[in-house]
Design a protein around this ligand. Structure first.
Ligand code: SF4
Length: 323
């Protein structure tokens, strides 16, 4: 079980994550959404013990009840791969272009599981087969540039699964893939998580993929958790103005494309961009972009409001109304 309690991470005076509290249990499938700069990847790196050296953290991070907040790198090295593994963005840059992909997948098996080369090769072959790579023996001998984007992503998934982690973090796993391949990769991750009883953290801009892949969702903005709850409920009935803005900004083929005068409707957007960390507004960090902002939003930080244990939203307008 992975637990974060009031976990914060800052670079100097700039808070990149503020008071994140969450629990990930075996078999959970958690989506994390938000624009670039909202803290999604920082949160994932915290769970991997891979925060950059310049980042100071506070609060508590526990794995299976053990406090890992100030664990040293050697402790994390043992846990990485075996307990938690990550699929990084951009499969082309995540794989070594000079190594055959089979060797890349065999390496952590030999290092962490202490298997000899033959046994590691058999394990890697089985993994290639499990993630749906056709003709795995031939593919093992290829270099990353010889594979399609979808196959490279499958190799990265095989690499992440090499030591049977209990938590797999997929950071934008479908970026740069076409829609069909993205759908197949999303479905594969769900199947693998279900078959292995593994927890999955699925980070994405693609709300449709998150809806398919996860049962719980966290919406991040400016390093804050602004909404959380069951994925289906949050996406069907968002409470936070930022979540509503993200959903409205999705292309939707069922929406009227023309107004009553026959003019083409523009896709709604959230005005502006996520501010730089050193330039965050006071109070609610979404103030300045929020369409329903109130005077005290810039001075008072909203608490995570909830009237149910499994749902919440951090907005002054949501007091007692999140259901
Ligand atoms: Fe908007 Fe205020 Fe709610 Fe923030 S607290 S989301 S600014 S209404």
């Amino acid at each position: 079980m992975f637990e974060l309690e009031s976990f914060s991470a800052s670079i100097g005076t700039a808070a990149a994550l503020r008071d994140v509290t969450l629990t990930i249990r075996e078999g959970d499938r958690l989506g994390i959404v938000g624009e670039s700069g909202s803290g999604k990847t920082m949160l994932a790196l915290s769970l991997m013990g891979m925060l950059p050296e310049a980042v100071q953290s506070s609060g508590t991070l526990r794995i299976d009840g053990h406090d890992m907040t100030h664990a040293i790198e050697q402790t994390w090295q043992v846990l990485r791969a075996r307990r938690v593994a990550m699929i990084f963005q951009e499969p082309m840059s995540a794989l070594n272009p000079l190594r055959r992909v089979g060797n890349t997948v065999m390496e952590p098996i030999m290092v962490h599981e202490k298997l000899n080369r033959d046994a590691a090769q058999r394990r890697a072959l089985a993994l290639f087969d499990e993630v749906g790579i056709p003709d795995p023996a031939a593919r093992m001998r290829q270099f990353p540039h010889e594979l399609s984007g979808g196959l490279r992503q499958r190799v990265l998934i095989a690499l992440a699964l090499a030591c049977n982690p209990s938590l797999l973090i997929a950071d934008e796993p479908t970026t740069a893939l076409d829609a069909n391949v993205a759908l197949r990769i999303t479905n594969l991750l769900v199947q693998l998580a279900q078959a292995r009883g593994m927890a999955l953290v699925f980070i994405s801009h693609d709300l449709g993929a998150v809806a398919r892949a996860t049962r719980e969702i966290i919406v991040m903005y400016g390093g804050d958790m602004v909404e959380r709850g069951p994925t289906a409920k949050v996406l069907a009935n968002p409470a936070h103005p930022y979540t509503k803005g993200l959903l409205d900004a999705r292309p939707d083929h069922t929406r009227e494309t023309r107004d009553c005068t026959g003019k083409r409707r523009r896709l709604p957007t959230i005005p502006g961009t996520v501010p730089q960390l050193l330039d965050m507004p006071g109070g609610c960090r979404f103030s300045g972009r929020c369409p329903v902002e109130m005077p005290h939003c810039t001075t008072t930080r909203p608490a995570m409001e909830t009237n149910r244990p499994d749902r919440g939203a951090a907005c002054h307008l949501c007091a007692g109304e999140v259901s």
